[in-house]
Design a protein around this ligand. Structure first.
Ligand code: IYR
Length: 225
């Protein structure tokens, strides 16, 4: 490696092999309980939890460490209402005017989704995630960013995992198109709305579609060489 400023790695934890196996099993058992839910209670969730989960997301690896993401955490009832109205407007075109096309709509059939998104108002938090094409390691930078969708996708994965580990339900919601989020969230049009993460406690009537429980086996998703 070339000469560069660095510090010794001091916060890495090594565990005995037995414990590693136990931890890998425990992690799998815990994360497999995460389900996308489409009914959220209006019970409030302290802002500090959301802040810490977003801090965790912000530690994700990113292209050249430019951290090309911005998270807008919405709890304002008025803004959630605006998001719901605009998202449902797009979703009505998608589902009811059949903009999605038959193939896509057929693929969604087993999930039972439609244009109604009441959870966008009932959930205590909506986290709009934006991807930045330009930026840098400082927020004032305007350099080119690299591997933007990969970086933002990984950070989003960290966030979903963090929220789940705190005992919160999540839904990755992607109204199509999502451009309206820039306006509602006051973000530069150069940023790309990446995903809307809905989070809170599940509603009493929350369900999991059977279709979503069909997971490919290890042999199907993995090859060892
Ligand atoms: N944005 C729509 C449609 C939708 C698309 C996919 I791909 C999904 O996995 C689920 C839903 C909606 O949120 O209903």
């Amino acid at each position: 490696m070339k000469e560069h400023a660095s510090i010794a790695l001091s916060d890495f934890h090594e565990y005995p092999a037995e414990e590693m196996i136990e931890r890998s099993k425990a992690f799998y058992q815990d994360i497999k309980r995460r389900h996308s839910i489409r009914s959220f209670s209006d019970r409030s969730v302290p802002r500090e939890i959301i802040e810490n989960c977003i801090r965790a997301a912000g530690t994700a690896p990113s292209g050249a460490n430019h951290q090309p993401w911005h998270f807008v955490a919405i709890s304002s009832a008025e803004i959630k209402k605006q998001v719901r109205e605009k998202a449902e407007h797009e979703e009505r075109a998608f589902y009811d005017d059949r903009k999605a096309g038959e193939t896509w709509l057929n693929a969604l059939e087993p999930l039972g989704t439609d244009a109604n998104k009441p959870y966008l108002e009932s959930a205590p938090w909506l986290i709009a995630i934006f991807a930045q094409r330009r930026g840098g390691v400082s927020v004032d930078d305007h350099q080119k960013n690299y591997y933007v969708p990969e970086s933002v996708g990984i950070a989003t994965g960290f966030l979903i995992n963090a929220l789940h580990s705190c005992g919160l339900g999540t839904l990755t919601h992607t109204p199509n198109p999502m451009k309206f989020l820039n306006e509602v969230c006051g973000r530069d049009p150069a940023e790309r709305a990446f995903l809307l993460l809905v989070t809170g406690y599940p509603g009493d009537d929350a369900t999991v579609p059977e279709h979503a429980l069909i997971k490919k086996s290890l042999g199907d998703i993995c090859t060892f060489m």
